[in-house]
Structures are given as structure tokens and as C-alpha cells.
Design a protein around this ligand. Structure first.
Ligand SMILES: Cc1cc2nc3c(=O)[nH]c(=O)nc-3n(C[C@H](O)[C@H](O)[C@H](O)COP(=O)(O)O)c2cc1C
Length: 165
């Protein structure tokens, strides 16, 4: 009978695959990227991005923060890998910004922004460009640059209600 001739390792592979998916795709990951806003992006377009992002992140289990200054976005996304990847795909197709550069990504044991569906900050909260200008490291040191941006984003103090908690 055919069933008796089946390779038993086929079943083992299935089991492995089922095991592999949850431990990787459901594992917490983060991505930090920088992009350039579409020229002339209006305030109401920015507000729509933030509002929609918070709604969607709430249902997708994503948290993080978005900083916008001088027409440049810096976003820290964190959540299950599957959701982070899905959002990165959507972001690449979004023509409200361009030139996306991934600065850093990796796994997390715990979230850095657990209370923020997407915290938003701009120059009024603190200036990332001033912060980077005060820093004397070599400009081509990408790892240190990403680290410095991450420190800045984490240093911004949480603001009042309505900011994505
Ligand atoms: C700078 C920027 C940041 C964004 N951040 C998020 C976000 O945190 N979460 C989210 O769901 N969408 C975010 N979006 C919107 C996504 O690019 C996309 O429009 C949205 O996820 C809907 O995708 P879909 O139409 O393919 O379903 C952002 C867009 C921009 C331009």
C-alpha cells in the first residue's frame, strides 16, 4: 500500500515547519529606518498617517515611535516579526515618503515602547538634527549613527494624552 511506502521524514519536516514559524514569526523584532517625506507633505496628510497608523498598529500588535523633522522621518517599529515585515512591505509602497534606509533591525526580548501604538514627535519635542550635530563621531560609522538615533528616540519624554498611548 502507498501509505506504507511514504517517507517518514516527510512528516517530521512538517512538524519542524510548524515549530519554526511560531518561534521566528511571532518573535519580537524591531526595525529602525529613515525616509524622506514626499515634498510638500501637508500637516493634514501627516495627521492622517499618524491616526491610521495608531489604529492599525493596535490591531496588528505593533508599537514604536515616529519622529519627523526637516522633511525626514525616523521610525522605530517593534512587534512580532511577521507584522514588522508586513508593515515594511506596505511602507515601501507608500508614496508619501521615499528613499527608505534601514538603519538597524534585530530581535528583542521586550518592547522599548510598550505603551505607544506610535508615539509621534517633531522638532518641538526635541531636535534630532541638533543632537546629531553635537556628536563628534565619524559620519561614515553607520552602526554608531543608528545607535545614536535610537538613544535620541528613547530619550524623548512621553507627552500628554492623544499621543498614541
Ligand atoms: C512615515 C510613515 C509611517 C507609517 N507608519 C505606519 C505604522 O506605524 N503603521 C501602519 O499601519 N501604517 C503606517 N504607515 C502607513 C503604511 O505605509 C500603509 O499605508 C498602511 O499600513 C496601509 O497599508 P495597506 O494599504 O497596504 O494595507 C506609515 C506611512 C508613512 C509614510
Amino acid at each position: 500500500m502507498m501509505a506504507m511506502l511514504e517517507d517518514p521524514s516527510a512528516e517530521r519536516l512538517d512538524v519542524q515547519e510548524q515549530f519554526w514559524k511560531p518561534v521566528t514569526e511571532d518573535r519580537l523584532g524591531y526595525c529602525l529606518y529613515r525616509s524622506l517625506a514626499q515634498p510638500g507633505l501637508a500637516d493634514d496628510q501627516l495627521e492622517r498617517i499618524i491616526d491610521r497608523s495608531r489604529q492599525r498598529n493596535r490591531s496588528n500588535g505593533l508599537t514604536g515611535c515616529l519622529h519627523y523633522e526637516n522633511g525626514v522621518f525616523f521610525q522605530w517599529l517593534e512587534g512580532p516579526w511577521r507584522q514588522v515585515f508586513r508593515l515594511l512591505d506596505a511602507l515601501r509602497d507608500d508614496d508619501r515618503h521615499m528613499d527608505m534606509t534601514i538603519l538597524d533591525q534585530g530581535s528583542l526580548d521586550r518592547r522599548l515602547f510598550p505603551d505607544w501604538k506610535m508615539r509621534f514627535s517633531d522638532r518641538r519635542a526635541a531636535s534630532l538634527f541638533d543632537w546629531l550635530a553635537d556628536w563628534n563621531s565619524r559620519p561614515d560609522d553607520e552602526g554608531a549613527y543608528a545607535e545614536r538615533v535610537g538613544v535620541f528616540l528613547r530619550s524623548i519624554k512621553a507627552e500628554g494624552p492623544g499621543n498614541g498611548a
